[in-house]
Design a protein around this ligand. Sequence first.
Ligand code: C2E
Ligand code: MG
Ligand code: MG
Length: 494
Amino acid sequence: MLSLAGKGAIMSFVRGDLERYRGFEEVMSGKILVLLILIIAAALVAVVIAAMKVKAVRRENEERMQMLINHDPLTGVLSLDGFRRRAEELLRTYPDTPYFLSYNNIRDFKYINDSLGREAGDELLRFWAQKSRAELTDEEAIGRIDGDHFAVLRRIESDEKMQQDRENVLDPVMNYFVDRGKDYRMKICSGIYVVTAKDFRDIDVDHMLDLARVAEKRARDSRTLDFEFYNPEQWEKGKLIADVINFLPGAIQSGDLQIWYQPQVNYETGEMIGAEALCRWDHDKLGWIYPPEFIEILEESGLIYDLDCYVWDMVCQDLARWNKEGKHRSISVNVSRCDFQEDRDIPGQFRDLAKKYGLIPDQLRVEITETAYADHPEVLIGSTKRLREYGFQVEMDDFGSGNSSLHMLKEVPVDRIKLDLHFLTESGDQEKGRIILSNMIQMVDSLGMDLIAEGVETAEQADFLLSRGCPRMQGFYFYRPMPASEYEKACDKQ
Ligand code: C2E
Ligand code: MG
Ligand code: MG
């Protein structure tokens, strides 16, 4: 028999063993768990890697397929599908860039295949593709549409650039066989379609290709011309757009963009009461160009704001200089409707300019065209109120030239209306025009606003305006716009 102590010892030994065993079991099950987790994680990683590989292979295959669809296997340039896609993408990405689309064709290509062999024809097509591609930038595209027809989407730059393309691409292609000792010079016919603003809004590459093809046919039929424009007037416009857009930053830097002033007078007293700042551009290539030719282009391309900021700054510099000379003058500046965008604080900008140049706010008058108020009434009314709170005078420009609405006169809190005389004097019944003018003068006066008539060209017009109570005027009858130095002299003569 075991003694009690002996039993106790055995029990405690067994208990200890059991506890150790349990501990061991716990450790083991912990390790197994970790191991299991590791195995599962490794399996997951392997699955993910495999899935990624499959995806990459699939993507590669898709890309290869796309590549085959998008590219012409013979020449390596884009296929028709690829060209259509790329052209759409470019026109969407660069909506302000003037582009043309050309459709080019080798005359009597069949003869080359028949007489010199198909391989010679293929060689020529490869050569043409390679020469053209070398001239293009990433923002341009070339595609082989079919057979010996290539389409090119190219930026419009200048006639010189077109000539350069001729020398670098078309001449070598046309002389390809002559340069290789064969007595055969080819002729290439091109049809050119200039992409219009409407095409950018509603992109249809096939339609543009069709029109370029029509022009190519015209060139081919003429037998004398090697290229024809589908829309020649657009080509001239496109070149002007390219010139304006490309040269504006340089013109601002170099001083080719100048600020001219057209004095405004009080016809009753003969006093000069201010002037309007108008920009003038002494263009390197085109000579003097005037706002009606380029303001719209700048508005469409989003560059007008750069020009306006420059003009406002220059005007403030002139005003500050005159202030220093003790000559306190007031100038009206134009603000394009496109300048008013949500992220721009135009009133704040004018306040900062006045502060920077130490001007009294009423030295700056801000002209906003009537149609801008009609297009975006809330934004414009808000900005007008703030400009006036800061002490600037606001003028509604070109009143009468757009679809003037009398309702607008009630809503828009401007200081002064600039009445455009052209619309009343250009055509129609002169007598009725005079009646409208008289009543407008009276109405604007009753509404408590100032009025100035612009576009006054004759003594008769000036006398009539004065007789009806509108003594403030601006127009060629008094002064034409002039450079700052002449304006200063004209003021000093007063
Ligand atoms: P606007 O603001 O209505 O300026 C008056 C235009 O009428 C000026 O043309 C001026 O030369 C012309 N003008 C003045 N008196 C007479 C006249 O008696 N008869 C005729 N036929 N015309 C007269 P300009 O300088 O060619 O400017 C045309 C328009 O271009 C301006 O019309 C204005 O809307 C815009 N513009 C000019 N400079 C700027 C500028 O710096 N920024 C912006 N955003 N627009 C400008
Ligand atoms: Mg104006
Ligand atoms: Mg005007």
